[in-house]
Design a protein around this ligand. Structure first.
Ligand SMILES: Cc1cc2nc3c(=O)[nH]c(=O)nc-3n(C[C@H](O)[C@H](O)[C@H](O)COP(=O)(O)O)c2cc1C
Length: 388
């Protein structure tokens, strides 16, 4: 990142966040950036990563380095995965395709949220790369199973079943901002949008001139209609009756890799393995669902000890720096998911911004590996970190 050109002026992920904040309407930025309730978990995610310290080794030849990992038997050049973020298509016109293309260019998996503005078949056709599909169980399970069959037919390789939101959240700022999907004109919204013309012309009007008001394209028709427009982040399409039986059933239905996302308790990690999952994501949803949870990075060692390498363990929530990723890998995680940073990159400059977000992680991980005296991810051990 020496010449200041390829960087687009973004030197770290905070720069991307700031650019997204300026570009997006306030209500939309808050939806994309904030957490739930008092945002204790959001702060805790960062504080925990900051409290973990690195213990480098020196005088190792680190002139040749690789951050390649192998995930589900497939090599990927860097140890991160793009997390599912619903409504990415509101960050940028067809933002899901932009972000998926950036992930493909970096050779890492992109997870499409069922709550996308772009149909899953189009993302598969226009982005390529390694695609994972995330969903929540809908009250009518048969509709979810039909959706999963579509993802399978479109070539998605892994299914991510998010289990940490049996009911929807009441994020107060979303209610206050009144930003809804589908978008509904209110005086407050219209003022917000008019004062962000780049988003108005670059995103909203482009949809209006092509496919119409942006909506959850993968959802059953009745949840897409304007009459049911809900504040962002609120959904009627969640199922409070889901249990481990659903995971076992999905195991029978889904031929590819099955990943349970939103595990925070070591016992649930074991249950996921017992229920046939191939992997879990240790996650508190970036602090966006239940507040006051522990940072996933702090429960990671207990989870790893409990599952004893029976399944792949991915972690997310709060990873903003290459050094954060290195800390998780040193503790034994197989890979790290990143949510907000690539989303902010997409909101800042579309595919170029998403590419830059992933490039920042790549550059930082590379540098930190060298400074740690490691030439590859396998060199990292728990002895390289000091836990709080
Ligand atoms: C705007 C936004 C939308 C999200 N939507 C979903 C979703 O639809 N499904 C899901 O499993 N997780 C969703 N997440 C959570 C992410 O997958 C991920 O767990 C979280 O963002 C990780 O934390 P980080 O943003 O600090 O990297 C969303 C996160 C954000 C920021």
């Amino acid at each position: 990142m020496s010449d200041g050109k390829g960087t687009l002026g973004f030197y770290n992920t905070s720069d991307l966040r700031e650019a997204a904040r300026r570009r997006l309407p306030h209500g939309l930025f808050e939806f994309m950036d904030r957490g739930n309730d008092d945002e204790i978990a959001v702060r805790e995610n960062r504080a925990a990563l900051e409290r973990i310290r690195l213990k480098p080794r020196v005088l190792v030849d680190v002139s040749k380095r690789s951050q390649e990992i192998s995930l589900f038997g497939k090599r990927q050049p860097m140890p991160i995965i793009v997390a599912p973020t619903g409504s990415t298509g509101l960050a940028w016109y067809e933002g899901e395709i932009a972000l998926a293309r950036a992930a493909a260019a970096h050779g890492i998996p992109f997870t499409l949220a069922a709550g996308s503005m772009t149909k899953l078949e189009r993302v598969a056709a226009e982005a390529g790369g390694t695609l994972w599909f995330q969903f929540y169980m809908w009250p009518d399970r048969s509709l979810s199973h039909q959706l999963i069959a579509r993802a399978r037919d479109a070539g998605f390789e892994a299914l991510v079943f998010t289990v940490d939101a049996p009911v929807s959240t009441e994020r107060e700022y979303n209610l206050r901002n009144g930003f809804t999907i589908p978008f509904r004109m209110t005086r407050r919204n219209v003022t917000d949008v008019l004062t962000h013309p780049r988003w108005l012309f670059g995103v909203l009007l482009r949809y209006l001139l092509t496919t119409g008001m942006p909506r959850y394209e993968n959802f059953p028709a009745h949840t897409q209609t304007r009459i049911t427009a809900l504040p962002m982040g609120r959904s009627t399409a969640l199922n409070a009756t889901t249990t481990w039986d659903d995971v076992r059933e999905l195991r029978k239905l889904w031929p590819g890799k099955l990943i349970v996302k939103g595990i925070q308790h070591p016992r649930d990690a074991v249950l996921a393995a017992d229920s046939g999952a191939d992997a879990i994501v240790v996650s508190n949803h970036g602090g966006r669902v239940l507040d006051s949870t522990t940072a996933p990075i702090l429960v990671l060692p207990q989870v790893l000890a409990a599952v004893k390498k029976r399944i792949t363990v991915i972690v997310d929530s709060g990873f903003r720096r290459g050094s954060d990723v290195v800390k998780a890998l040193a503790l034994g995680a197989d890979a790290v998911m990143v949510g907000r940073a690539p989303l902010h990159g997409t909101a800042s400059a579309g595919e170029a911004g998403a590419l830059r977000a992933l490039e920042i992680y790549r550059e930082e991980i590379d540098r930190v590996l060298a400074l740690m005296g490691c030439t590859c991810i396998a060199d990292l051990t728990p002895d390289h970190v000091v836990m709080p």
